[in-house]
Design a protein around this ligand. Structure first.
Ligand code: KG4
Ligand code: ZN
Length: 342
């Protein structure tokens, strides 16, 4: 079966066609991601109004390109899947309305999906990973650890009580005068920095509660930056490196608890899997820390290709294909409304 996927929940306008064979193997037939980074760069972050308008302008062309690349016409797809939340209201509405129209015209099922399910199932799209597995999702909007038990059965082990990890990178970049998006620019600046110069806090390290927190760390970076004014290039590099090390360390501490909990839930799994996804998964320091952590805990560590870690529509098409294959359709999908905080 082939599914057309649409993703407009934040600042990427994306469409993709993914095929699933009878053995549950995936083939990405097309994967178009149009990033709005340049539209938002001048404002130092995503502006919802600008995002919604950019989706309206771009989506039809992006869908057309995805079908063309796949060599298919609309009436050859078996379903249309779309991110219906969580995300920005305007963008979600654009995606959902477009998907409803396409599904109606093609007379195929419409699958309104949770965007996070797309991230959660990416490792099955890329590596055919079997259920259950553990997922660390770290993006600009989300920081969560999920036990992925089965299709549609997700258990949240931890989530953030304030900022998302990527959001912290973006805010720290801003206060260090580095360009948006912040994650890549902080990582770049940090390559020539000393991660031990500023002993930033590791929020909640050692605590039992299943939470992440990054706003205190961000404040600590701001105070250190204010003290060191005027900032030299070396100061910026050291602040970036010290911040990045603190994030990786704090994340690893939370993940190590989750690894234990997951192992207790599935004592018979030979080598359980930890998957990392979301834009922050691109960070080399974080990847290195998680690789070491998994080696110590005898977990297999899996990071999907960077292109599929960030927001994309292939993960939505694939989640749709999994649901369609399992017969998990939503009743009256045509009247499904966006769920911004789903
Ligand atoms: O998953 P994503 O593309 O979009 C969503 O937020 O859903 O993630 C974007 C986030 C941004 O906050 C960006 O700064 C962060 O991922 N990011 C990184 C890196 N690349 C992107 N953070 C740290 N290091 C990176 N190399
Ligand atoms: Zn996302």
């Amino acid at each position: 079966m082939t599914v057309l996927g649409i993703e407009t929940s934040c600042d990427e306008t994306a469409a993709s066609v993914v095929a699933r064979d009878e053995d549950g193997r995936a083939r990405i037939l097309s994967d178009i991601v149009l990033s709005q980074t340049t539209e938002h760069a001048a404002f130092g972050g995503v502006v919802p109004e600008i995002a919604a308008r950019a989706h309206v302008e771009a989506l039809d062309g992006v869908v057309e390109a995805a079908l063309n690349d796949a060599g298919l016409s609309l009436d050859q797809v078996d379903a249309v899947a779309v991110s219906a939340g969580p995300g920005l209201a305007g963008g979600l509405l654009v995606g959902l309305m477009t998907a409803k129209a396409l599904a109606a015209v093609a007379a195929v099922p419409l699958l309104p999906l949770n965007h996070l399910e797309g991230h959660a199932l990416t490792a099955r799209l890329t590596d055919n990973v079997a259920f259950p597995f553990l997922l660390l999702l770290v993006s600009g909007g989300h920081t969560q650890i999920l036990a992925v038990h089965a299709l549609g059965r997700y258990e949240r082990y931890a989530s953030t009580i304030d900022d998302a990890a990527g959001e912290a990178f973006d805010k720290v970049a801003k206060l260090l005068g580095l360009p948006y998006p912040g994650g890549p620019s902080v990582e770049k600046a940090a390559t020539s920095g000393d991660p031990a110069r500023f002993p930033f806090p590791r929020p909640l390290k050692g605590e039992k509660r299943p939470d992440f927190s990054f706003s205190g760390l961000k404040t600590a970076v701001r105070q250190a930056a204010e003290k060191a004014q005027p900032l030299s290039e070396q100061d910026i590099a050291d602040l970036g490196a010290s911040f990045q090390a603190a994030v990786a360390d704090a994340l690893a501490d939370r993940v190590s608890r989750a690894l234990e909990r997951f192992r207790n839930a599935y004592p018979d799994l030979g080598e359980p899997v930890l998957v990392v996804a979301g834009g922050v998964a691109a960070n080399e320091t974080l990847r290195g820390t998680l690789t070491d952590l998994c080696a110590t805990h005898h977990f297999r560590f899996l990071a999907p290709p960077l292109r599929l870690c960030g927001d994309n529509a292939a993960m939505i098409a694939w989640a749709g294909a999994e649901r369609l294959a399992a017969g998990m359709l939503v009743e009256d999908a045509a009247s499904f409304a966006p769920r911004t905080r789903w």
